[in-house]
Design a protein around this ligand. Structure first.
Ligand SMILES: [Zn+2]
Length: 478
């Protein structure tokens, strides 16, 4: 978790957060947490924010593709398999302890203590630094399991979250390799594009542009190497601690509604004294058609798989192809989210937006279970994408409860009628985009000024980029 600065801030946080949480404002990134500490609730803190340069430290991940030879491949498999074995043995032991009601073992030391006994061969192969880091990885997994159990007890879990004790690195009866390297046991040469591993005295060339490692003052942490069986490649994920800077406060608020008629709808406070704000609409069309395209492909395969006369060889090939479709669909969706989030934050900076308020769509999953973008988990994913993109550019992001925001007129507070083509009709005689209205309501709930007019800009996010729709019109919510 990123650190805030100063003890005074921490005290303020103690007094504020429970109340803020109780009323439903949840900080989504480091800037939002800092803003809560320094200025309190964003809904009332309006113009009183100190405009001082602030700094937070956050942890990011750089992913590098390893360029391996058959020799290197064999080496990574050997070390990766030994580490997977360690994890499986430890998790077996800890799971048994848990299921027999003897408590949860979150410690790294209980695994470390066995290094000269049953784990001796693994210990020798990994070296003491990396063996230690593998023990810490196991301990981290059990700590997060404990955290989830606690959250479940307090009723803080999302409906889609399942709490299970850490399992085994196994797929189809085979161990899934993982290499864990401690921060001080590798060196990354950004110019020669080589990672050197200390204990094994081995150099591995890589491909990919490390975004965070290249930042001044970046501190490398745990490095994890895994194998992607679909792409048949090894990847190293390096966790990196970096400092981000921002001038907090002193800008506009924007309300965001996720995924009703559009993927994202954003509305800003008035840009000028005339009262006109800007609305950004990101359409979900390509994402939906992508989803259904893969859905059809997967259904085709399922049909073929249901044939009892199918040979075992063909069956495993078909399953492999189906797995590829699932992964590709997920990857393309993540690319759409990442592109939309990056674009949105860039436009926000240009418009002078300094705080994002996101309405979280609770209960949409019940509307149309299992259909396209109505998947709860993908909303959370999109929300996180936006929060992180905003964090990278110094903008705090908060989650605001949005119950009923689509049913109420943002202008008059009365109930609206849902009309065709994603429009809502107010009894006072005006018509609005349903999602612009919802975003306006969220802005209002976040203590923002509601613009009298909004200029609507439409975009289509795709896996390869964001396309601006060439239709700029002004609509009047009044
Ligand atoms: Zn109205």
């Amino acid at each position: 978790m990123p650190r805030g600065n100063g003890a005074a801030g921490a005290n303020a946080m103690k007094g504020l957060e429970p109340r803020a949480l109780e009323q439903g404002v949840v900080p989504l990134n480091a800037w939002a947490r800092l803003l809560l500490e320094l200025c309190g609730d964003p809904r009332t803190g309006g113009g009183r924010w100190a405009q001082a340069l602030q700094r937070v430290r956050v942890v990011r991940t750089d992913t590098l593709r390893l360029l391996t030879t058959p020799e290197l491949d064999g080496f990574l498999r050997r070390v990766g398999d030994a580490t997977a074995k360690l994890i499986n043995m430890e998790n077996y032991r800890r799971r048994r302890q848990f299921f027999e009601g003897r408590g949860i073992d979150c410690s790294w030391m209980s695994a470390w203590a066995r290094r000269k006994a049953e784990y001796f061969d693994i210990y020798k192969l990994l070296g003491s630094a990396n063996f230690h880091e593998a023990c810490r990885l196991i301990s981290d997994q059990w700590k997060s399991f404990l955290g989830l159990l606690k959250a479940a007890k307090e009723g803080r879990l999302e409906p889609w979250q399942k709490v299970r004790p850490p399992g085994y690195r196994k797929r189809d009866g085979q161990r899934v390799p993982i290499v864990v390297v401690r921060f001080d046991n590798y060196r990354i040469d950004l110019e020669r594009r080589v990672i050197h591993f200390g204990y094994w005295n081995i150099s591995v060339p890589f491909k990919g542009k490390p975004r965070w490692l290249a930042k001044p003052g970046a501190k490398q942490g745990r490095l994890i190497i895994t194998y992607d069986p679909v792409r048949k490649r090894w990847y190293a994920r390096v966790s990196v601690e970096v400092a981000l800077e921002s001038k907090l406060g002193g800008g506009l608020k924007a309300g965001i509604d996720l995924g009703r008629e559009r993927l994202i709808a954003l509305v800003t406070e008035p840009l000028s004294e005339k009262g006109e704000g800007v609305a950004l609409l990101y359409r979900g069309g390509p994402l939906k058609s992508d989803y259904f395209y893969f859905e059809r492909k997967i259904a085709e395969i399922d049909r073929m798989l249901s044939d009892p006369k199918l040979e075992e060889v063909d069956r495993s090939v078909l399953k492999e192809i189906r797995k590829r479709f699932y992964e590709k669909r997920k990857r393309r969706r993540d690319q759409v989210f990442a592109n939309a989030a990056a674009h949105l934050v860039r436009v926000c900076l240009e418009l002078g937006v300094a705080v994002l308020l996101l309405g979280y769509p609770r209960g949409i999953a019940q509307d149309k279970p299992g259909k396209g973008n109505s998947n709860m988990w993908s909303y959370r994913r999109l929300e996180q994408r936006i929060a992180v993109a905003a964090e990278n550019r110094g903008i705090p992001a908060f989650e605001i409860p949005e119950d009923g925001t689509s049913k109420t007129c943002a202008k008059h507070g009365c109930e609206v009628q849902r009309g065709p083509r994603g429009l809502v009709r107010c009894p006072y005689g005006h018509v609005m985009h349903a999602d612009v209205n919802a975003a306006l309501n969220i802005l209002k709930r976040g203590g923002g000024k509601v613009p009298t007019r909004v200029k609507v800009l439409s975009f289509v996010p795709t896996p390869s980029g964001v396309i601006a729709v060439n239709k700029k019109k002004s609509s009047n919510p009044a």
